[in-house]
Design a protein around this ligand. Structure first.
Ligand code: BF8
Ligand code: SF4
Length: 632
């Protein structure tokens, strides 16, 4: 099958991107290894681990269960395949939820400090959103100034992280039918940290040994992220840095500038990257850059912290997850500044070959081979000036520069508020287009790159097939960069769309593929889906919508998938999660969940087939709503 890695690391099988192929050639010439080389070195993968059948939760083990029925069928403690697979999946969900939600916690900390007047360069950029969210958290906003509201809101959000609530505040955004369903299943998340902590407890030896009970808690844990930690992260980012509006931008390695100081931000939390952006605009630093022979300072992003800057300021994106090593081979990156998540530790040794200075910034994410400049809310402004100065000083060490392509145009910044704004303040025009069948439905395509799949092939192929069949695509994370590189995010991209979608997007002046932001911004999809469901007085699971993660790799993506499905969104995964050691669990996740939460997972590595699955699903939901349905 084209696009899915057949374990032969041929150049063309690694990536569909032109910049990527040219930079791979350069790295091969320079004898610098990449993620694809290391992937190859790991083959064949351990079959027990791939199937989720190995357990190292205690030191009576490690244990494994033989999938062929010949060797042991239980671990030393007696745990069978179902228990071991469910525990491993549970811990994967917990890790993903912890990552997003801890990122959210860092933003709440900044909000609290701004509220206390220790703003150190941060401020409330969207006071309307501050008041709206504060109202949702029960803060009385009447007659109070923004800082007082910020302080009280931060306190209420901290309560959501803890153990005093019976249910998370922002669940109220979900349709009533969905909330009732969660209540009846006993999966209403209480505290954000509580559910993750409880998952670690349940999966300790000798605690929860009923695989269905473990997986139900997996749902509750994932919901604590989607309707809790990630939703808070996204909302507080809007409050502190502004709610996104459409901005033109550019993508691929061609966004690097030969004659400017190039700084790349990598990671997830805008708390660091926003301050770096601010420093890059400093007249003193620009003058310093000129003294060093540069014509300016060019800040660009990769991964989700880049997406955060793109959404709010139109900052260009040099690439997505599998581009993070490649772009260093341009020799044009004077500094890469990282915070946390999805930063391969290999990156420092690649950087060392190309004179890129690497800076880590978080007390919780240190890397060998990087200089550590710790950012905290009170020193972030100063620290940003310091690291940008160091980048400028490194410009004189440039050697050979190879910028392989020219950048592609794109538009980003579609918050729910921006989408509703484009529609005239109400979801009605979108619903009308869905009812008339001009738009068949919508799909959220999310997640990563993974060397198991040719970089961007899954995303771009699936997106192309959906938009040409009049399905509106919204995307986040590394997908959004893939689709931008493919040219799907300019108004002219309606030429790739089917006639109905082309007509509607053309009239609104928007692309057929909308950049919804970073991975925590997947919650924007939940909020938009809830608005559509509420307008039709149905549940999310009744809508003609679907989700997909064609190239996912991370624990965070697994958690996102679970909260999508638990919220009623049918979701197609590319790579298979490590669950095939239990056919009971495979059946539950891919079939039986339909009657429990009104949606399931499907696993389909070939995006051509994934598109067919999604079209069939959307058409069947249309039929159930009494709308016209096509053959899928
Ligand atoms: O949070 S999409 S590779 S960068 S995990 Fe990571 Fe995956 Fe990219 Fe953003 Ni999300
Ligand atoms: Fe083995 Fe059970 Fe310990 Fe896991 S928890 S390592 S299956 S004894």
């Amino acid at each position: 099958m084209m696009g899915v890695n057949d374990m032969t690391p041929k150049r063309e099988r690694k990536t569909i991107t032109e910049d990527g192929l040219l930079l791979l050639d350069k790295m091969e010439k320079d004898r610098v290894t990449t993620v694809w080389d290391r992937f190859q070195d790991q083959l064949p993968n351990c079959g027990y681990c791939e199937m989720g059948l190995s357990c190292r939760n205690c030191v009576m083990g490690p244990c494994r269960v033989d999938p062929f029925g010949e060797g042991p069928q239980v671990g030393v403690c007696g745990a069978d395949a179902n228990i071991i697979v469910a525990r491993n999946l549970g811990r994967m969900i917990a890790a993903g939820a912890a990552s997003h939600s801890d990122h959210g916690r860092d933003l709440v900390d900044v909000l609290a400090q701004v509220g206390e007047g220790n703003n150190a360069g941060y401020q409330i950029r969207d006071p309307n959103k501050l008041k709206q969210v504060a109202g949702e958290f029960g803060v009385d906003v009447g007659g109070k100034d923004d800082l007082t509201i910020a302080s009280e809101l931060a306190y209420q959000m901290q309560e959501d992280y803890g153990m005093r609530r019976k249910s998370l505040t922002l669940l109220a955004r979900a349709p009533e039918k969905r909330r009732e369903l969660w209540m009846s299943l006993g999966v209403v998340p209480r505290g954000i940290d509580r559910e993750t902590s409880e998952m670690m407890h349940r999966t300790h030896m000798g605690v929860d040994n009923d695989w269905k009970s473990l997986l139900l808690h997996g749902i509750r844990n994932a919901l604590s992220d989607g309707w809790g930690g990630s939703m808070i992260a996204s909302d507080v980012s809007d409050i502190l840095f502004g709610t996104p509006t459409p901005h033109p931008t550019k993508v691929n390695a061609g966004v690097l500038e030969e004659d400017q100081v190039n700084i790349v931000v990598h990671g997830h939390n805008p708390v660091v990257s926003e301050m770096v952006l601010h420093a890059c605009h400093s007249p003193d630093l620009l003058a310093r850059a000129e003294e060093n022979g540069a014509t300016g300072i060019n800040l660009v992003g990769v991964c989700c912290t880049g997406n955060e800057l793109l959404m709010r300021h139109g900052i260009a994106m040099a690439g997505n997850h599998l581009s993070t090593e490649l772009i260093l081979a341009t020799g044009a990156v004077d500094m890469m500044i990282v915070d946390y998540q999805c930063i391969m530790p290999s990156i420092s040794s690649v950087a060392a070959c190309y004179n890129t200075k690497m800076i880590s910034t978080s007390d919780k994410a240190k890397f060998p081979g990087m200089d550590h400049r710790e950012f905290h809310p009170h020193n972030a402004e100063k620290m940003a000036v310091q690291v940008v100065t160091e980048a400028i000083e490194n410009f004189v060490n440039r050697k050979e520069v190879f910028i392989p392509t020219t950048a592609t145009d794109a538009v980003g910044g579609f918050s729910v508020e921006a989408v509703l704004g484009a529609l005239g303040g109400t979801p009605e025009p979108l619903l009308e287009a869905i009812k008339t069948g001009k738009i068949r439905g919508a799909a959220g395509i999310v997640g990563c790159n993974n060397p198991r799949i040719q970089q961007d092939y899954g995303h771009v192929t699936l997106t192309q097939r959906l938009i040409e069949n009049d399905i509106l695509v919204v995307d986040t994370g590394c997908v959004s960069v893939a689709n931008a590189k493919a040219g799907f995010k300019v108004a002219d991209a309606i030429s790739f769309a089917g006639p109905g979608l082309k007509e509607i997007c053309g009239a609104l002046g928007i692309p057929p593929v909308l950049h919804f932001g970073s991975c925590v911004d997947n919650v924007r999809i939940l909020v938009l889906a809830s608005a559509l469901a509420n307008a039709l007085d149905v549940d999310i699971s009744d809508l003609p919508i679907a989700g997909a993660a064609p190239e996912w790799y991370s624990e965070k993506a697994a958690t996102i998938g679970v909260y999508f499905v638990a919220s009623g969104v049918y979701t197609v995964l590319g790579p298979m999660p490590p669950i095939t050691g239990s056919m009971d669990i495979v059946k539950l996740l891919t079939e039986d969940l339909e009657s429990v939460v009104g949606a399931t997972f499907a696993v389909e590595p070939d995006p051509e087939n994934a598109a067919i699955l999604i079209r069939k699903r959307i058409e069947s939901k249309r039929a159930a709503l009494g709308l016209d349905a096509r053959d899928g």
